[in-house]
Ligand binder design. Structure first.
Ligand code: ADP
Length: 175
């Protein structure tokens, strides 16, 4: 059995994450999407909320399950019986971070291989951070996240009407 974990913050899960998870599920026998409970960044959603949104987004994949984890990613990989860590690559800056993380994880656990999947062109600009920024400013996020996640973001930030914001600042689109 080839088992992979796909770890990350998933705050919240986006269509880019869904695409990587779906492709990983077609490569490996079993995939565990692993929601890291305390990443070194400010979170919008709780661990339970992030897990629940990911579960709902990926429930059509029979060989993928979603769970949270704490501590070292390689320890969780061992616990899950996984031999692989899947990550997604968008731009050069992702490569630098993933390269450093993959080499560090190899030092910690030489039996775990990191596999990076290249994003699809349409998701290359997409990050959970930018989706949160757009939602915060009352912009539409329906094209970037599954419908239940868009709803959760609207609930968290309120609708555009409530905020009286009608356009996304062009600065945001350039970043
Ligand atoms: P982390 O906080 O560990 O970076 P994220 O939830 O931001 O976790 O992302 C998890 C993984 O998914 C990372 O490898 C990230 O590069 C990848 N990822 C995020 N967004 C996309 C996207 N639009 N396309 C492809 N991969 C992505």
């Amino acid at each position: 059995m080839k088992i992979a974990i796909y770890p990350g913050s998933f705050d919240p899960i986006t269509n880019g994450h869904v695409d990587i998870a779906t492709r990983a599920a077609s490569i490996f026998d079993e995939v565990v999407l692993a929601v890291y409970d305390a990443p070194p960044k400010r979170l919008l959603f709780t661990t339970d909320e992030r897990v629940e949104m990911a579960r709902q987004a990926l429930r059509r994949l029979p060989n993928l399950r979603v769970t949270s984890y704490a501590g070292l990613t390689v320890h969780f990989a061992h616990q899950a019986g996984a031999q692989f860590i899947v990550r997604g690559l968008r731009v050069i800056s992702d490569f630098e971070a993933e390269h450093q993380m993959a080499l560090t994880n190899r030092e910690l656990a030489s039996d775990i291989e990191t596999i990076c999947l290249m994003t699809r062109r349409e998701y290359a600009f997409l990050s959970a951070t930018i989706v949160k920024e757009i939602a915060k400013l009352g912009g539409p996020v329906e094209n970037f996240v599954p419908p239940h996640v868009a709803q959760a973001l609207r609930t968290r930030f309120g609708s555009a009407e409530q905020q009286k914001v009608s356009v996304i600042p062009t600065q945001l689109l350039r970043d």
